[in-house]
Ligand binder design. Sequence first.
Ligand SMILES: C[S@@+](CC[C@H](N)C(=O)[O-])C[C@H]1O[C@@H](n2cnc3c(N)ncnc32)[C@H](O)[C@@H]1O
Length: 262
Amino acid sequence: MTTVTGEPRIGDAFGEMIRDAYAVATGIGPRPLVGGRLPRPVIEIIERDDGLINGAPAAHYLDGPRDWQPYDHRAVDRVRGRTLDIGVGGGRIALHLQERGVPVTGLDTSAGALRVCRQRGVRDLVHGTVDAHAADDRRYDTFLLLGNNLGLIEGRERAPGFLAALAALARPGAQVIAHGTDPYGTSDAVHTGYHELNRRRGRLGGQLRLRLRYRELGTEWFDYLVCSVDELAELVHGSPWRLVDVDDGDHPYYLATLKLAA
Ligand SMILES: C[S@@+](CC[C@H](N)C(=O)[O-])C[C@H]1O[C@@H](n2cnc3c(N)ncnc32)[C@H](O)[C@@H]1O
């Protein structure tokens, strides 16, 4: 029996969303329809723990290079050697690298996202977290955290473990190329108030507590970090990595490059 709580059922909300976005983009698989007839747009719903809700079209997760942001191009230009695309999503970056002959592995916690990657032709995929993957016998020269996925560093508590897992997966001389966003340029009181609230509860200002929703599904609440370059430098300090370059040509977005300390 269905119990009515108003709460989402916990499941692979990102995977189902990407599956539907892929169906809309390609006509492969059932497309979401309104009233069984008109196309329904596929929207990613992101809830923040202060009640803020944002929605954005999901189609960009499947974009080809022509529709990428300039920093995505600059990120892939920095790739060298065996590459792990962490949080591969719909596979837009991995697919492009694979076509350019780069040995690339896509890793994601969403089984549905990996299914879409496979359908699109990404050959090497791993289901799980970097921590679990560190136990496998695979080592990499480049780690990608694109599409704002520097966020996976989460905050002060998670950063040391996350960076250690990457180091365990790294070959000598390895690099991390991470896309981040400086959250502090805004004067929007909804955001500046949230940053203040976070600091009062001992978190970094841009340490977002989020969950994704898609149709009746939702994820568990998780932390996702949006941080300044100075905050990133602090988090990296004392880890096996050194922050060696920041490309902020598209401020407030930036690409941070970390190098494995010798
Ligand atoms: C914002 S999307 C970015 C997708 C892709 N990198 C891009 O640029 O289009 C975040 C992706 O990270 C995945 N993800 C979330 N938490 C993860 C984790 N702990 N480990 C690996 N992947 C994760 C999500 O399932 C999703 O595919």
